[in-house]
Every structure is written in structure tokens, then in C-alpha cells.
Design a protein around this ligand. Structure first.
Ligand code: IPM
Ligand code: MG
Length: 366
């Protein structure tokens, strides 16, 4: 089959890791008889440099016209990059938020999985790691604080800033349904995370989740307060299957969950709307400090491309092949610098490789 993929390389390590994901997709195309057509579009700092804005209407239209979007990362160093001298709505991140909203990508899946081979990179003690963990964070992505009205103004001579957190029942229901659907394909457990002891939006969240849960009698579910969840993630990560939560909590908890797996460079993500369309990007950021050095870990982006094969194109066999190749490369003890074992260096013989070598090694195993 022929698939049209809009590609946003973006900023920082984005172009380097996206190049490897394309390499892997082309290997899949070769091996399984498909063709991926790429159309590159600009977003973030790369778009600001050319167009003066982080995302143009034409770019949104190109993304919409594609079958799926593959993305690297956007943004730069917030203290030093001139992009952050611009007003907030012209900064790189505003482009990403606009794209999420324009494409209605409300369901953000962020898997956090501990690879047996990367146990050494996990910062948790062995007794806490236990038999490992494998969770999926389902983060609501187009509502809440990110998209509420905001303002900074002087009131009676005092500078005052306001951000608003709004959710309506439909926004909560559609993402909750996605969360329970995913749980049905996994270990059938949902932990819905909120701050219902303080926030009205969380109390509504809880009510709607309970409502949705009635349609999934096989799924066991619980409510957990977000502060407790942050603690439980480092105390007993193995207890989680699907974590279902709102936008801001999901942003924070997904970084935490990824760090307990050892490296944010390993984690993929998918942002989906009501159709098969999705945007696929690594969970990590643009890492401006290591950009251009050829050392970034491309695995998160490669696994995001695998998610694209699975969720947007229904190419399960192909996605399995990519995921198996990643596992194999780790088994064969190849590592990028971020996942090099810190302790007990001598116990395992690992070979450190760069971004493009890692891409090649994964292609060889497909
Ligand atoms: C993420 C990022 C974004 C977010 C930023 C870049 C706006 O942190 O995808 O988690 O907060 O959603
Ligand atoms: Mg984040």
C-alpha cells in the first residue's frame, strides 16, 4: 500500500532522530511491499526562522491532508534561544499546541515500559523494580489548562496572572472511552488520576469516568489523586496498567514515568483523534544541548513510527517487526549514550553507538 506521511523534523535533535525513523520505515516498505511518501512541513523554531510564526495555515492543511504525521521535536533553550524573546503565541511550543487543537488530537498515548536489557539504566532499586513494569498513560491533550483562557494584567497596581482549567463532560467521556478501550487490550486495569479533593474539574472527571466504567465490567478501575500517583510511580510502578488523566497531570506524570524506565529517549507517543489519523512523536524534547552531535537516541522516534504503523495504518505485523528489531538491538548490547549502564559497567559488554548507527542496526534486524 501507499501511505502519505507528513513529516515534521522540527528543532534540536528532531531532524537527526526523524531521519532514522524514516530509514526504518523505508526498510519496512522494502521488506513488506509498501511505499511511504513523505511531505516535510515546518513547525516550531524551524518555522519561525522561515515564516516568523511557529506554524502556518498551509502547514496545518498539509498535515490534515496526510494519512498520519511523524514528528521529531520542537523548541530550543528557553533561556538563550531568540525564539523565547517572542510573545508566547509566537514561540515554538505554540505551534505544537495549535496543531494538536487543529487536528483534534485529544487522546495522547504514552507507553512507559521497562526493557529487561535496560534494568541497569532504571534509577529505582531492584526490589522496587520487581518483575518490571509496563504502563500506558492516556493523557487528554486538547483541553484543560493548556487551552483555557489566560491573561496577565495589573489589578490595583499588582501584576496578576490567570490561567483557567475547563473540561466539559464530552471531552472527558471521549478520552475515558479511549482509556478503557486500550485497557481491554492490555491487563484490564484503569487508574484514573485527578485532584478531586480540590478541583471542580476533577470532580466532574471522576463522575464521568465512573459513568464510562459501567460499560466496561471486565476492567477494574480506581481513582487516584495526582500527588499520590506521583509518589506511587516511584514506589511501586508495577501496579499501573493504564493511567487515565487530564492534560497537565499527564504532561508531568508521563515525564516521571519515562524517567523511571531509564531513559526518555526510549519512549514513543501517539496523539489520536476520532479517526485513524494520528501524530506520532517521541515523548522526549528537542534536547538542544546535544543537537547536531549525532549522539541522540533515535529509538523513541522509531517506536513512534511503529505506533503509526499499528494505529493509523493497521499494519500490525510491520509494527511488531520494528518493535522486535529494537528489542534485538538491545539484546545485542548496542546502546546510545543515554542508555549506557552507569553502575557495574564491567558486568555487561555493551557497545556505544551514535544516532545513525543505531538506525542502521535496527534496520538490519527487520
Ligand atoms: C509534551 C511537551 C509539550 C507539552 C510542550 C512542548 C508544550 O512537554 O509533549 O509533553 O507540554 O504538552
Ligand atoms: Mg511534556
Amino acid at each position: 500500500m501507499n501511505y502519505n506521511v507528513a513529516v515534521i523534523s522540527g528543532d534540536g535533535i528532531g531532524p537527526e532522530v526523524v531521519a532514522e525513523a524514516k530509514k526504518v520505515l523505508d526498510k519496512v516498505a522494502d521488506k513488506f511491499g509498501h511505499k511511504f511518501n513523505y511531505e516535510h512541513i515546518l513547525m516550531g523554531g524551524a518555522s519561525i526562522d522561515v515564516h516568523g510564526v511557529p506554524l502556518t495555515d498551509e502547514a496545518i492543511e498539509s498535515a490534515k491532508a496526510a494519512d498520519a504525521v511523524l514528528m521529531g521535536s520542537i523548541g530550543g533553550n528557553t533561556s538563550t534561544s531568540p525564539w523565547y524573546q517572542l510573545p508566547p503565541e509566537k514561540r515554538p511550543e505554540a505551534g505544537l499546541l495549535k496543531l494538536r487543537k487543529s487536528l483534534n488530537l485529544f487522546a495522547n498515548l504514552r507507553p512507559a515500559y521497562l526493557y529487561e536489557e535496560l534494568k541497569e539504566a532504571c534509577p529505582l532499586r531492584n526490589d522496587i523494580i520487581g518483575s518490571g513494569f509496563d504502563m500506558m498513560i492516556m493523557r487528554e491533550l486538547t483541553g484543560g489548562l493548556y487551552f483555557g483562557e489566560r491573561q496577565t494584567k495589573e489589578i490595583d497596581g499588582v501584576m496578576t496572572a490567570v490561567d483557567t482549567l475547563t473540561y466539559n463532560e464530552n471531552e472527558i467521556r471521549r478520552v475515558a472511552v479511549r482509556g478503557f478501550d486500550i485497557a481491554m487490550k492490555r491487563r484490564k486495569k484503569v487508574t484514573s488520576v485527578d485532584k478531586a479533593n480540590v478541583l471542580d474539574s476533577s470532580r466532574l472527571w471522576r463522575k464521568i469516568v465512573e459513568d464510562v466504567a459501567k460499560d466496561y465490567p471486565e476492567v477494574s478501575y480506581e481513582h487516584m489523586l495526582v500527588d499520590n500517583c506521583a509518589m506511587q510511580l516511584v514506589k511501586n510502578p508495577g501496579q499501573f496498567d493504564v493511567i487515565l488523566t487530564e492534560n497537565m497531570f499527564g504532561d508531568i506524570l508521563s515525564d516521571e514515568a519515562s524517567m523511571v524506565t531509564g531513559s526518555i529517549g526510549m519512549l514513543s507517543s501517539a496523539s489520536l483523534n476520532e479517526t485513524k489519523f494520528g501524530l506520532y512523536e517521541p515523548s522526549g524534547g528537542s534536547a538542544p544541548d546535544i543537537a547536531g552531535k549525532g549522539i541522540a537516541n533515535p529509538i523513541a522516534t522509531i517506536l513512534s513510527a511503529a505506533m503509526m504503523l499499528r494505529y493509523s495504518f493497521d499494519l500490525d505485523k510491520e509494527a511488531d517487526a520494528v518493535e522486535a528489531a529494537v528489542k534485538q538491538v538491545l539484546k545485542d548490547n548496542y546502546r546510545t549514550i543515554d542508555i549506557m549502564p552507569q553502575a557495574d559497567k564491567d558486568k555487561i559488554k555493551v557497545t556505544q553507538v551514535g544516532t545513525s548507527q543505531m538506525g542502521d542496526l535496527i534496520c538490519d534486524r527487520i
